[in-house]
Ligand binder design. Structure first.
Ligand code: CTP
Length: 399
C-alpha cells in the first residue's frame, strides 16, 4: 500500500457484526501512516468498544452529536471538513436509508450530510435486506448522489444464511482507498471512457427492445483501467451487475442517452466501446401503454452509431479509440471492415456463436485487430484476465 502520510480519514462504524473488521481497517491505515478519527453510531457500540478503537487509532472516538465536550473540541462541521476521505464501514441498511433521504439525526449522518469530500460506503447486511427493492432503490440514489460503494461480497453470513451482503474484506477496502489517493495524487492521470452493456429502445412506456449483452467484459475493462490509475468513466446500459466504485459510474437506457453521456465525458486519452448498442430504434413510439391488438407493426430506423460518431469527431476523438466486434461468422473479414469503416485504432473481436465465451459467460476469447500492426489471437481466459491483457496493451500504447 502507498504511504498515506498526512492523509486524514474519518471512519464511521455502524452497528453490524462485521464492525469488528473495521479494527483491521484502522490497523491497516495506521500502518501506512494515515491519521484516523472514528465515529461510532449508537448501535455500533454494541459491537466494538471505543477503548479498542482509541488504542488502535490513537485518537479520540466521537459518538454523540450533542456531547458538549466533543462539540467544543471539534464540531460536526469541522469533523467533516477535517477529513480527506470518509469511509463508512460497515454501513447498515438503516444508515443507507437515512443517507438516501438526507436525514441527519445523529453525529454520523450529520457529518456525512455536511461533507464535501469523497465518501466510500462498505455495506454489510443479510442477503434479503441487500436484495430488498427499497435497499436497491436507496443504493441507486446514493450512487447518483456520488457516494462510492465498495462491495458487498457473496458468502456465509453471521445469521447462517448464504448470499450477497458480507462486508468486503479490510484488504479490499484498503485497496480502494489506496486507488483513491493514488488517483488524486497523480494530477497527470490519464482519462479513460468505457461504454458497456445493452441499450434499450422503447416501444411504449413499459416495453422496449434490447439484446443479451451482460456488460461483464466492459465492467472488467473499466475496473482494470481504474486499478491502473486511469480516471475512468463507465457509461453502462441496464445490467444485473453491481455498480463500480472508484470511478465515474453513469447508468443509461437508450443509445441516445449513452451517446449524450459519452459526449459529456470526453475528451479522454482512451475510449473502449464495448456496449451492445441497439442498432435500431422505434419510430412509432407510443406515449401511453399500447393495448393488446391482433396485429401490431413496429417501424424501426437506424440508431445513432456512438463509436462511429466519436471516432470521426474533429475535436473529441480519443487518442486511442477501441471498438468491439461481436460476430457469429466471418470474424476476420467483418472485424477488419469495422476497423476501417469506423475509423478505429483497434477492434477487439469475439466469436459469439461459441456459447462458452458468449454473452453471460465469465470467459472470453478475443482477437485484436490493429490499424498499424498485425492482428493477435489471444487464448480463452476469464473476462477479468482479458481486461488486464487489453489494459496492458493500452498502457504500452499510450506510453
Ligand atoms: N457501436 C456503437 N453504436 C452503435 C452500434 C455499435 O457505438 N449504434 C459500437 C459497439 O460498441 C462496438 C462496435 O460499434 O464497439 C461494433 O458493434 P457491433 O454491434 O459488433 O457492430 P455494428 O456496428 O452494430 O454492426 P453489425 O451489427 O452489422 O455487426
Amino acid at each position: 500500500m502507498i504511504n498515506l502520510l498526512n492523509k486524514k480519514i474519518l471512519l464511521i462504524i455502524c452497528g453490524g457484526i462485521s464492525a469488528y473488521k473495521s479494527l483491521e481497517i484502522i490497523r491497516g491505515l495506521r500502518k501506512n501512516n494515515a491519521q484516523v478519527k472514528t465515529i461510532l453510531t449508537k448501535s455500533a457500540k454494541e459491537f466494538v468498544t471505543p477503548l479498542s478503537i482509541t488504542s488502535l487509532s490513537q485518537e479520540k472516538v466521537y459518538d454523540d452529536l450533542f456531547s458538549v465536550e466533543n462539540e467544543s473540541e471539534m464540531d460536526h462541521i469541522s469533523l467533516s471538513r477535517w477529513a480527506d476521505l470518509i469511509l463508512v464501514a460497515p454501513i447498515t441498511a438503516n444508515t443507507i436509508s437515512k443517507l438516501s433521504s438526507g436525514s441527519s439525526d445523529d453525529l454520523a449522518s450529520t457529518v456525512i450530510l455536511a461533507s464535501d469530500k469523497e465518501i466510500y460506503l462498505a455495506p454489510a447486511m443479510n442477503v434479503r435486506m441487500w436484495e430488498h427493492p427499497s435497499t436497491k432503490r436507496n443504493v441507486n440514489k446514493l450512487l447518483n448522489y456520488g457516494y462510492k460503494i465498495i462491495g458487498p461480497e457473496i458468502g456465509d453470513m453471521a445469521c447462517g444464511e448464504f448470499g450477497k451482503g458480507k462486508m468486503s474484506e479490510p484488504n479490499e477496502i484498503l485497496k480502494q482507498i489506496e486507488v483513491h489517493f493514488k488517483n488524486t495524487k497523480n494530477n497527470n492521470k490519464l482519462k479513460a471512457l468505457v461504454t458497456a452493456g445493452p441499450t434499450r429502445e422503447f416501444i411504449d412506456p413499459v416495453r422496449f427492445i434490447s439484446n443479451r449483452s451482460s456488460g461483464k467484459q466492459g465492467y472488467e475493462i473499466a475496473k482494470s483501467l481504474r486499478d491502473n490509475g486511469f480516471e475512468t468513466t463507465l457509461i453502462s446500459g441496464q445490467t444485473d451487475l453491481d455498480p463500480l466504485s472508484g470511478l465515474n459510474f453513469i447508468k443509461v437506457e437508450t443509445a441516445q442517452e449513452m451517446f449524450d453521456e459519452t459526449l459529456k465525458n470526453l475528451p479522454a486519452d482512451v475510449a473502449v466501446f464495448t456496449a451492445a448498442v441497439a442498432d435500431y430504434k422505434i419510430t412509432n413510439y407510443e406515449n401511453t401503454k399500447i393495448k393488446k391488438k391482433e396485429k401490431f407493426n413496429l417501424t424501426l430506423e437506424k440508431n445513432i452509431d456512438i463509436l462511429d460518431k466519436i471516432s470521426k469527431h474533429n475535436s473529441l476523438r480519443p487518442k486511442l479509440t477501441i471498438g468491439f466486434a461481436a460476430e457469429t461468422n466471418n470474424l476476420v473479414e467483418n472485424s477488419i471492415k469495422k476497423l476501417e469503416e469506423k475509423n478505429c485504432d483497434w477492434i477487439i473481436a469475439n466469436d459469439i456463436s461459441d456459447n462458452s465465451i458468449g454473452f453471460d459467460s465469465d470467459d472470453n476469447q478475443i482477437s485484436i485487430f490493429y490499424k498499424d500492426k498485425k492482428n493477435e489471437n489471444l487464448k480463452k481466459m476469464s473476462k477479468s484476465l482479458v481486461a488486464s491483457e487489453i489494459v496492458n496493451r493500452v498502457i504500452e500504447k499510450l506510453n
